[in-house]
Design a protein around this ligand. Structure first.
Ligand SMILES: Nc1ncnc2c1ncn2[C@@H]1O[C@H](COP(=O)(O)OP(=O)(O)O)[C@@H](O)[C@H]1O
Ligand SMILES: [Mg+2]
Length: 287
């Protein structure tokens, strides 16, 4: 079902169209939201539009620090859009406008004063299609550091080893760091992309369906890694695989048609969800 906006009145954050009026969204229950201890990211009344089409509706949720949070929901519900908003990857799309507040430890992410390069260092990203550069394994890992002007070989070596260990890839590649990255297996390439992301000491790592191009064994390794990463990083993972969300995440946000329906502990989301739509989704009634 496509949602369209017929009236500019509905463009205002926080203003719900009156039920029964033309353009009114289907009547919906308020989202079920739990509070988390020590959030690093706070999303408040966030709306996002591609041109006139609203992709995110009044999203409010806080993301806990050093924990894995999963965004789940049927295809097209806005998971990637919300994820990309957190490090301003949507800036690259001309038609995008947004309203509301996104903060990273209190810093307004969409403020004109924010250095987007520095924001993306703090909030790194790993994509579905693992995308190493056509360079050596080593150069892939230290890429972000070189961009940041780090020249000292010892620092680069240390960062490469630390990052490859952190991405559970060191033992497999330590004797061939100068080999082309594109010669690695898919699962290794995705772990290399994770190493590249953590080399610049991010606080948050965004992962958009990081395993969907991988076989089950490679997927299991990445899932184990994601679970480990929360010791040092805040991880947000988009997945349409509910088993994966259940395995790796502590909290789950369920989105449907651009709305946040429920944000809850993952265990509860998958056993006793608070909202009917969540229940319908996890039991396979749609999506
Ligand atoms: N670059 C874009 N331009 C216009 N519409 C987009 C763009 N990216 C996503 N959308 C639309 O926004 C909605 C949410 O998409 P997306 O965030 O990719 O969903 P998900 O990741 O949950 O599958 C969809 O209706 C999609 O068609
Ligand atoms: Mg997506």
């Amino acid at each position: 079902m496509e949602e369209t906006l017929n009236s500019t009145a509905t463009l205002q954050a926080g203003v719900a169209p009156e039920a029964g009026q033309p353009g009114a969204a289907p009547e919906s229950e308020a989202p079920y939201l739990i509070e988390v201890p020590d959030p690093i990211i706070a999303i408040k009344d966030f709306n996002l539009f591609y041109g006139h089409k609203q992709a995110l509706h009044n999203i409010t949720v806080s993301i806990p620090r050093k924990t894995v949070t999963a965004f789940i929901g049927p295809s097209g519900c806005g998971k990637s859009t919300l994820l990309r908003s957190l490090n301003r990857m949507n800036d690259l799309v001309d038609s995008v406008t947004a309203q509301g507040s996104l903060t990273l430890d209190g810093m307004e992410i969409n403020s004109g004063a924010v250095d987007v390069i520095e924001l993306r260092r703090r909030v790194g990203m790993v994509f579905q299609s693992y995308n190493p550069f056509p360079k050596s394994i080593y150069e892939n890992v230290v890429y972000g550091l070189r961009i940041a002007g780090v020249r000292e070989r010892r620092l680069l070596h240390e960062a490469a080893e630390r990052s490859l260990r952190g991405a559970a890839l060191w033992d497999e590649v330590k004797d061939r760091l100068n080999d082309p990255a594109l010669g690695l297996s898919g699962g290794q390439m995705q772990r290399l992309c994770i190493a590249r992301a953590i080399a610049v000491n991010p606080e948050v790592i965004l992962m958009d369906e990081p395993c969907s191009a991988l076989d089950p064994i490679a997927t299991a390794r990445i899932e184990d890694l994601i679970f480990e990463l929360q010791n040092d990083y805040t991880v947000i993972i988009v997945t349409h695989n509910m088993q994966q969300a259940a395995r790796v995440s502590k909290y789950t946000a369920f989105l449907y048609l651009g709305e946040l329906i429920e944000f809850n502990e993952t265990d509860i989301t998958f056993t006793h969800p608070e909202r009917r739509k969540t229940q319908d989704y996890i039991t396979g009634r749609f999506g």
